[in-house]
Design a binder for this molecule. Structure first.
Ligand SMILES: Nc1ncnc2c1ncn2[C@@H]1O[C@H](COP(=O)(O)OP(=O)(O)O)[C@@H](O)[C@H]1O
Ligand SMILES: [Mg+2]
Length: 342
């Protein structure tokens, strides 16, 4: 445990991930830093294309070519039964080597927005879950099947004895998402990466899946990296929040500070653009000016300056790195409004 009583599971330090395409270089992730603490949920929020998914790919070392982690460090802390902690530098591991493969799907598991892309259409749910179990645990086929049924039951799939032999397309969206959660959790991961896991679902099913995930987290003690563009979901799920914009981390804070004391104009604009219960119908929802620029032409200085209500000409658009200012306890914002006079 560190001096502030926290138990870091993942430390991400200033990572940069670029895609080298014929059309140019896409700076998908440009210097992102955060911790995910043991058993806690980190929410990652921002509009589409801001680098949320690629950040999670970096943690698992599955950034697809022509993408590369070009800078930074990612450390995974393995808490062992004897009380010791092993420090593994993920960024130093061979992406195809045995160490990361034993972590992936085992200690760090992932669920996606659209289960159909990760569930095979030609294998039954059961066979896929059993394969995941057998790959990481020394159990017989019969034992793996028992365990798969148990897991499906655990995630609230009705009639798991029968449904284990179904194909993904025979299940509804919500049931598929439950099956994918069962598959991810069958190895008891210490970190679950959930990349927009409820975005494709209707609100009632979404609420059920979020409840399920919270319950399983409490029971199994895993940490969750919850990626979403939906601040309402963040409020429901997260302990701490990273706000991203065009590859940059613009704010990092507790969930309460993010909602009640946001510092970055982008965070404030995002908050004003979500519907709120109790908002007067005459009050119009705020719409953020302009649109997200294309990834080859990221604005200089603060990438948000062309849309920002607090834009300071000559400062925010100057070609320089804007520091991540510590604006409060455990609270950072990358904005020149908080540059101290020196
Ligand atoms: N496989 C890829 N090849 C090329 N560019 C990619 C690839 N994956 C992501 N990108 C680019 O990286 C940026 C960040 O993408 P992503 O992390 O998927 O955004 P988000 O998950 O926040 O919507 C985008 O500009 C996207 O076009
Ligand atoms: Mg994404």
């Amino acid at each position: 445990m560190s001096e502030n009583g926290k138990e870091p599971l993942i430390e991400v330090r200033d990572i940069k991930v670029y895609f080298y395409l014929d059309e140019g270089t896409v700076r998908a992730v440009e210097g992102v830093t955060f911790d995910i603490d043991r058993g806690k949920t980190l929410g990652v929020v921002g509009e589409s294309g801001c680098g949320k998914s690629v950040t999670s790919q970096a943690i698992m070392q599955i950034v697809p070519p022509p993408g590369k982690i070009v800078e930074g460090e990612i450390v995974y802390h393995r808490y062992k039964d004897d009380g010791s902690v092993e420090r593994i530098e993920i960024t130093k591991l061979d992406p195809r080597g045995p160490e990361i493969r034993s972590i992936r799907g085992n200690e760090i598991a992932k669920i996606f927005q659209e289960p159909m892309t990760s569930l095979s259409p030609v294998h039954t749910m059961g066979n896929q879950i059993m394969e995941a179990i057998i790959l990481h645990q020394r159990v017989s086929k019969a034992e793996a099947r028992e365990k798969a049924i148990e897991m499906l039951d655990h995630v609230g799939l009705p009639q798991p004895q029968q449904r284990i032999d179904y194909y993904a397309h025979q299940l509804s969206g919500g049931m598929r998402q439950r099956a994918m959660i069962a598959m991810a959790l069958s190895c008891n991961p210490s970190l679950l990466i959930a990349d927009e896991p409820t975005t494709a679902l209707d609100v009632t099913t979404e609420a059920q899946i979020l409840e399920l995930m919270k319950g399983l987290q409490e029971e199994l003690g895993m940490a969750i990296m919850f990626i979403t563009h939906n601040l309402g979901v963040i409020a429901e799920m997260a302990d701490n929040v990273v706000v991203m914009y065009l590859g940059k981390e613009v704010e990092l804070a507790s969930v309460d500070d993010t909602f009640y004391n946001p510092f970055h104009p982008y965070t404030r604009d995002l908050l004003r653009s979500i519907p709120r219960i109790g908002r007067k119908s005459s009050e119009r929802l705020h719409v953020i000016a302009g649109s997200v620029p294309d990834p080859y032409n990221i604005p200089k200085g603060c990438p948000y300056h062309p849309r920002c209500p607090d834009y300071m000409p000559g400062r925010c658009d100057a070609d320089r790195e804007i520091p991540f200012y510590e604006v409060g306890p455990e609270h950072w914002a990358r904005c020149l409004l908080y540059e101290q006079e020196r």
